[in-house]
Design a protein around this ligand. Structure first.
Ligand SMILES: [Zn+2]
Ligand SMILES: [Zn+2]
Length: 252
């Protein structure tokens, strides 16, 4: 399997290594594959595939399991970079739980991938995200902090993800999401989405705010210290133990 994956990648690099197109989405983003390496992790053995971006220089990666190049029905999770959550384990968001759950789930599958998108702070960067945190610390409400943080540009995110899937010649995907609306957006960029895999996290002491009655309120989440936070990922996971109402509220 490993050999096949490397052989396929070498061929892909030869034919697509200097790829350039008009780009996708409003920002006309085009990415191209650059390198691939083995990536053994605590969640399973993956490959990591690096992409270079001809518009804003952001370096995205696909963390892939199994022989995915040119494959059909590939389980895919889209994850937006969150340095504070992913790396440091911040409890202001649940990004790390979401990422670990995705890697654990896909790590046990025959094939699949996490697209790790460099969209820190909803695409406006780490510094602005920390500015927004700072405003919240000073007591500003979410609306005001929202203005500082800016709003996520879903369109741009999906354009990059869609192009990454195209670059890997993925024929069709099963999106790991709880939000059916996201499937439509990816479809608009020409990706065939054959199905949806619910993103379900095991409960732990850090995500229990989701399980509390007021956990989800008008698109925001409230942590166990009673502070309200913005969602940093595209869509929220389901935590085992959530009520039907809480699950339903995720997509409102
Ligand atoms: Zn392109
Ligand atoms: Zn986060």
């Amino acid at each position: 399997m490993t050999t096949t994956m490397h052989e396929k990648f070498d061929i892909l690099l030869e034919t697509e290594g200097d790829h350039e197109c008009e780009g996708l989405g409003r920002d006309k983003v085009c990415v191209r594959i650059v390198a691939m390496a083995e990536l053994p992790t605590r969640f399973g053995d993956f490959h990591i595939i690096a992409f270079e971006n001809n518009r804003d220089g952001k370096e995205h990666v696909a963390i892939t399991k199994g022989d995915v190049i040119g494959a059909s029905d590939v389980p895919v999770r889209l994850h937006s970079e969150c340095l504070t959550g992913d790396v440091v384990g911040s409890l202001r968001c649940d990004c790390r739980d979401q990422l670990e759950t995705a890697l654990k789930t896909i790590g046990q599958m025959e094939k699949g991938m996490v697209l790790y998108l460099r969209q820190e702070g909803r695409g406006i960067g780490l510094i602005n995200k920390i500015r927004a945190y700072s405003l919240q610390d000073e007591g500003l409400d979410t609306v005001e902090a929202n203005l500082a943080l800016g709003f996520r540009d879903d369109e741009r995110d999906y354009a990059v993800a869609a192009h990454m899937l195209m670059s890997l010649k993925i024929k069709s995907v099963q999106l790991m999401t709880n939000n059916p609306k996201k499937i439509n957006q990816l479809t608009q960029y020409g990706i065939e989405v054959n199905g949806r895999i619910p993103h379900i996290m095991a409960p732990n002491e850090y995500n229990r705010f989701y399980l509390e009655t007021k956990a989800i309120k008008s698109g925001h989440m409230i942590d166990f210290r009673g502070k309200e936070h913005l969602r940093e990922q595209y869509d929220d996971p389901i935590v085992e133990g959530m009520s039907e109402d809480q699950i339903g509220a995720l997509n409102d």
